[in-house]
Design a protein around this ligand. Structure first.
Ligand code: CTP
Ligand code: MG
Length: 563
């Protein structure tokens, strides 16, 4: 089973205990596996999807109105199990009912008002208000007051959470005992919240609602970082649309009377995406800047949701990204060191201007950085190769799609039975330093990285950086990364090693230490401090020119203008 000399021990007496004990020292209490919370990726997706189908989003004038909205919804429609308040430029309440039928009850009364505004007044039009099915609503104060008049008011008791902005990261990190604990804190603070996840699934199901009368089996699945376990608070929403049922149904004598048959699948995809873009533009509230990039090799529509404050991408066809999401999620779950390390590296790369925000571009994207971390962890025998996971795939998990083998198992029990033993019980902090050392010297000019085998090989491609897509080996996930950026990356890695190693001396002096230092773009302390510190250091500080400068990046989450 242990195909490339990987020695890892899972289960009760080995690897995960070592791994988690090293994290426990650093404040990372225990992994999802040791807590027994691990459930399948699909089961989790289905659960989140069911929650989303029972949910509505209401724009409210202020937080103080939330209680009366909840009271109204419960009386009018049915039991509420969870509610959240959050603010973007406006205030919103996300309400989850116990039952999908409650959503039908509440949306039965929703109206679309034809805009016909003169001054501050709306005038009736020949349409007046049109009943619509929608789960994105706004609070109509007058109507609500009329409805609740006469109801006996009781204190509202449903759990009601209010999303607060994250704490000041620097202050939080300052209180940590060591760098491993800082990494764990960073991960916990920066990861996508439960509300963020719910809003993303809600958005997918809302788009499905718009299409079900034509395509009754339509499924819009989120993929990418919002479901693969590596999503940050403001991560975008990548969506993939399927319009066929999983099981192909037998053909019938009567079929859809199509107006005109599209010439090929690509044109068909373009038609559907254009149609959906029209609908989003017109009928999905808060959607702005709908872009149709339907002539790209992978046709896609992009838009921005103001209510959710999320950039959205929607595509059809190639399902490779969905498999990739499941694979990354599993890799993140099997060792508790993976996610804190990925979050730290991605945050560091962003601070050092080494991340490409909008692909394509000459720097690695967040996704490319994740692949670099996974490969490093494979090389250090912390994570298995994809080949090992493929060898575990059962009949239901064997997939060859578009000529590529996409089989792999995400069954943790089978994986545990391999009883792999790892000698690598390094703490996350040690792994962070090893990562920097590894890539500072990595020979990108001659080597290609294969996550499939967990090894490197001599590359044939001219691309400066070559990371094989594990599901499409002839595709390079880092094909746009330039030679110049690789030089920047390697310099930044080399410079971070002494910064990290010297960190505890700064901590003793109660100065910026560990990740605080690493995650600031000027990663050296101010000069006066450096004089004091200098005496304590066994190694000299690097010269100033180690600073990596590159073109300034756009803000991490660009808010698009409204339509
Ligand atoms: N993807 C891929 N191959 C690529 C680029 C992307 O398979 N060359 C898939 C991956 O599953 C990736 C998803 O498309 O996770 C979405 O891509 P992107 O949004 O760029 O990356 P994310 O992982 O979602 O990271 P971010 O938080 O920056 O959005
Ligand atoms: Mg994404």
């Amino acid at each position: 089973c242990v195909s490339h000399g990987m020695v890892a021990e899972l289960s009760n007496s080995g690897r995960l205990l070592h791994a988690s004990s090293s994290l426990r020292k650093s404040g990372h209490k225990s992994s999802n596996i040791t807590k027994g919370r691990l459930s399948g990726f699909q089961a989790r997706q289905d659960h989140l999807r069911r929650q989303a189908r029972c949910s509505i989003l209401v724009q409210v004038p202020s937080k103080t109105k939330c209680s009366s909205i909840l009271q109204y919804c419960e009386k009018r429609a049915g039991k509420i199990v969870k509610a959240y308040h959050f603010s973007n430029s406006k205030d919103y309440t996300l309400i989850e009912f116990a039952d999908e039928s409650s959503v039908k009850n509440i949306t039965k009364h929703a109206r679309f008002f034809m805009p016909n505004k003169r001054g501050n007044q709306y005038y009736g039009t020949q349409y007046g208000s049109i009943p619509v099915q929608t789960r994105l609503m706004f609070y109509s104060g007058v109507e609500l007051e009329k409805s609740v008049a006469g109801w006996t008011t009781s204190k509202y008791s449903v759990p009601f959470e209010s999303e607060t902005p994250p704490h000041n990261l620097i202050q939080t990190l300052q209180g940590a005992k060591n760098i491993s604990q800082q990494m764990s804190m960073l991960y916990k603070q920066e990861r996508l919240t439960e509300l963020g996840m719910r809003l993303r699934f809600l958005h997918c199901t809302i788009l499905e609602d718009l299409l079900t009368s034509i395509f009754p089996y339509v499924k819009i699945n989120p993929f990418g970082s919002c479901v693969n376990g590596f999503g940050q608070r403001l991560c975008d929403l990548d969506m993939h649309m399927d319009i066929q049922p999983e099981e192909v149904t037998a053909s019938e004598a009567l079929n859809f009377l199509t107006k005109k048959l599209p010439e090929n699948e690509r044109i068909f995809t373009q038609h559907i995406l254009n149609f959906l873009a029209d609908i989003i533009q017109m009928f999905v509230p808060h959607s702005a800047n709908v872009l149709r990039i339907t002539h790209a090799s992978v046709p896609i529509i992009k838009f921005y949701s103001r209510a959710l404050d999320i950039d959205c991408d929607l595509s059809m066809g190639n399902r490779s990204g969905l498999y990739m999401s499941e694979l990354l999620w599993f890799l993140g779950e099997i060792d508790p060191r993976v996610q804190p390390l990925v979050f730290t590296i991605r945050s560091w790369a962003k601070e050092q201007c080494l991340t490409q925000k909008q692909a394509p571009g000459r720097k690695p994207t967040n996704f490319t950085w994740t692949m670099l971390v996974i490969y490093f962890l494979q090389a250090k025998q912390v994570l298995p190769s994809i080949e090992i996971l493929a060898s575990l795939a059962g009949p239901g998990e064997r997939k060859t799609i578009d000529g590529y083998d996409r089989s792999f198992s995400t069954d943790i029990h089978k994986y545990k039975q391999l009883n792999l033993k790892t000698m690598n019980v390094a703490s996350v902090e040690e792994l962070l330093i090893q990562f920097m050392e590894f890539y500072a010297k990595y020979d990108f000019s001659s080597q290609a990285l294969s996550l499939r085998t967990g090894t490197s090989y001599t590359k044939e491609s001219m691309s400066p950086m070559y990371i094989e897509n594990p599901f499409e080996p002839d595709r390079n996930v880092s094909k746009n990364v330039s030679m110049e950026e690789i030089v920047h990356i390697q310099k930044a890695c080399a410079k971070s090693v002494p910064d990290l190693k010297n960190s505890y001396k700064l901590k003793k002096l109660d100065q910026r230490w560990g990740l605080i230092n690493l995650l600031s773009s000027q990663s050296h302390p101010p000069l006066d401090i450096r004089f004091k510190v200098q005496d304590l250091l066994t190694e000299d500080f690097d010269s100033e020119d180690g600073n990596v400068t590159s073109e300034s990046e756009k803000p991490s989450h660009s808010k698009l203008e409204s339509d």
